[in-house]
Design a protein around this ligand. Structure first.
Ligand code: AMP
Length: 484
């Protein structure tokens, strides 16, 4: 199967080939034709399956056939739960539309609103947005949806987990009822299906991975260890295994900061990324991680959601998540685009319940490897045999204490909003270019616009091509991309 056979036109095919993509991934093969045909689509696809191109490429095809945008109007709206994901999706939109006269831009909280207002003034074909900032902009009259043709809800499951349901409903109420709707979610829980009922109409359903299964190219194992020896074990593994690009998950923001300090003390270059860090600090940490300047990025679940780091080799669960589905999301950070990866969890005796829940959800018991010198005094219980799947009520995620990225500043549910008195919250501690006392706020700008993309671009800018990225499986494991 080729991209050309999916009905994409030459400018889009050229951009795809410049990205080095040779074959459509399964989600792309399934989603692109119905989207081009104008149908509503509901797709179950984890991060790493190529879902962004799965909706962006046909969206560009649809928009390139219609009328250009007018002042303050938006033709396609892509909603994402986090700022990072918004920035990444916007970057993809820019790359794939490089040969088209399509204007796109991205808006999210934590940065100044005025530059966003001016960018929207000229109108844009594609707007990528987090819900809270979008509502702020709408209320200020900066954006209008009278000509909206397509709505994309990306990572809809995460939107619900993060409590954006009210914002989503408010946004739906201001959109014209006649529009094309695309909904992407890692899983189709009954909550997602309820939400979908009010959004998509007679959707084409596509799904590339069975619900809650982890990517097949990821080698997963756990290391039983006492709680108080986890930092030492992690430092040991990073050094002895020469892990030079590791994404480490902690449960709390405080835990992320504390672990980062211990790693640094042990001579490991690390940075923390979480909701209390300003956008500038997060962008800086991510850039340092991607460039190899630091080897270890310590993140909370919400901050890590949407990070697109190509072929991340190593993910570590420093603590197991309370919500087992988050394990699946975390593991989705590695083995992306058909590359193989390794996911290691450091598990202490008090996390036995979380371990059992995870093993039940992923329907497999994780291999245990005790590292010599780090044998636990408090033994981890034995896992029961994995059960055949039962039909269950989906678990509700615990309310998140993390700052909610797309949330507006004035709302109660915003979690631990930084206050003006705590210097650490200003982002200065992490080296961000911050001048606002409320670094994480959606309304108060931080002055750092580094990660914001203005992508109005009339003509082609890229000439160089990326190396070919195919879907052939590595190390004998079946590739999530298939071989077509
Ligand atoms: P996503 O699931 O959208 O986050 O995409 C995961 C990664 O796969 C990104 O780095 C994309 O650039 C890459 N990707 C998307 N489509 C393809 C494709 N057809 N071939 C190879 N890589 C792809």
């Amino acid at each position: 199967m080729s991209f050309a056979s999916l009905g994409l036109s030459a400018p889009i095919l050229a951009a795809v080939s410049e990205q080095g993509y040779e074959t459509p991934s399964p989600i792309q093969a399934q989603a692109i034709p119905p989207v081009i045909a104008g149908k509503d689509v509901m797709a179950a696809a984890q991060t790493g399956t190529g879902k962004t191109a799965g909706f962006t490429l046909p969206l560009l095809e649809v928009l390139s056939r219609g009328q250009a945008t007018k002042g303050n109007q938006v033709r396609a709206l892509i909603l994402t739960p986090t700022r990072e994901l918004a920035a990444q999706v916007a970057e993809s939109v820019e790359q794939y539309s490089t040969h088209l006269p399509i204007r796109s831009t991205v808006v999210f909280g934590g940065v100044k609103i005025n530059p966003q207002i001016s960018r929207l003034r000229q109108g844009c074909d594609i707007l990528v947005a987090t819900p809270g900032r979008l509502l702020d902009l709408y209320q200020q009259g900066a954006v209008r949806f009278n000509h909206l043709e397509v709505l994309v809800l990306d990572e809809a499951d995460r939107m619900l987990d993060m409590g954006f349901i009210h914002d989503i409903r408010k946004i739906l109420a201001i959109l014209p009822p006649k529009r094309q709707n695309l909904m992407f979610s890692a899983t189709f829980s009954s909550e997602i299906r309820t939400l979908a009922k009010g959004i998509v109409h007679q959707p084409v359903e596509v799904s590339v991975t069975p619900a809650n299964s982890t990517a097949t190219t990821v080698t997963q194992w756990i290391s039983p260890v006492d709680k108080n020896r986890k930092s030492a074990l992690l430092s040991h593994l990073i050094k002895s295994e020469s892990w030079n690009q590791v994404l480490v998950f902690t449960r709390t923001k405080h835990g992320a900061n504390k672990l980062t300090k211990v790693l640094e003390k042990n001579g490991i270059t690390a940075a923390a990324i979480h909701g209390n860090k300003s956008q500038g600090a997060r962008t800086k940490a991510l850039a340092a991680f991607k460039s190899g300047e630091i080897s270890t990025l310590v993140a909370t679940d919400i901050a890590a959601r949407g990070l697109d780091i190509d072929q991340l080799p190593q993910v570590v669960n420093f603590e197991l998540p309370n919500v087992p589905e988050d394990y699946v999301h975390r593991i989705g950070r590695t083995g992306r685009a058909g590359a193989s990866g390794q996911a290691v969890s450091l598990v202490s005796a008090d996390e036995f319940k979380q371990l059992k829940d995870i093993e039940r959800v992923i329907r497999q018991n994780l291999e245990r490897k005790t590292v010599s010198g780090y044998e636990p005094v408090n033994e981890l219980g034995s896992s029961p045999e994995p059960q055949a799947p039962k039909h269950q009520k989906p678990r509700r995620a615990r309310p998140q204490s993390e700052h909610k990225d797309g949330q507006r500043s004035g709302e109660n549910a915003r979690g631990h909003k930084p206050t003006g008195k705590n210097r650490r919250h200003s982002g200065q501690a992490a080296g961000g270019n911050q001048n606002s006392p409320r670094g994480g706020s959606d309304k108060q700008g931080t002055g750092n616009q580094a990660s914001e993309k203005t992508t109005a671009k009339p003509q082609a800018r890229r000439s160089e091509s990326k190396p070919k990225r195919s879907f052939s499986a590595k190390s004998g494991a079946p590739s999530p991309w298939g071989n077509r």
